[in-house]
Write a protein that binds this ligand. Sequence first.
Ligand code: FES
Length: 190
Amino acid sequence: MKSLSRSATTAFAISSSPPHRPSGVACSTALDSSSVVPGGATIGLQFVGLALLGLAGWMGGTLVYRNQIGVDHRHASAGKWRETSVPRTGEAVVVAEAGDLERDQMKLVHVDGTRIVLGRTEEGYRAFDDRCTHKGGPLSDGVLICGTVQCPWHGSQFAVDTGEVKCGPAKKKIATHTVQESNGQVRLRL
Ligand code: FES
């Protein structure tokens, strides 16, 4: 009984001894209320972070869902993206083989830095400027259906035969160019 009492006293002494603490670290037994309640500057910064988070979300949603940046939004049969460069010679230059494009497909042709779209319609090949007259959207990245090209940015539609606006917000027609198809080749004249 005596030995049991001694061991119980030892156990109490061990459990009640303070935990090891690095020297120099102050021990606080009560929470200091001023260290857990955020100050005005902290709350202000939190609101700024929240505002930035909301702004970033809004901007990301606008770019992806409205402007469709980074999204392949062309017509399902638009085919693989095609691009080619040709020199400006002052004469008609070959820009494609006759079978390169299916109906309603387009390709972008760089003629000495000028961006021209070559598209194939039911009536044959057509060529027009790649720049939408509304805010400069790339028409080659849009949709071509039934002789009408639709801008990927805000949906303006143009007749690829004449360049006339079929649907706004664009108000000015796009420039069209002469295309000839002969001997299995498509030639563009600027
Ligand atoms: S840029 Fe083409 S419709 Fe706005």
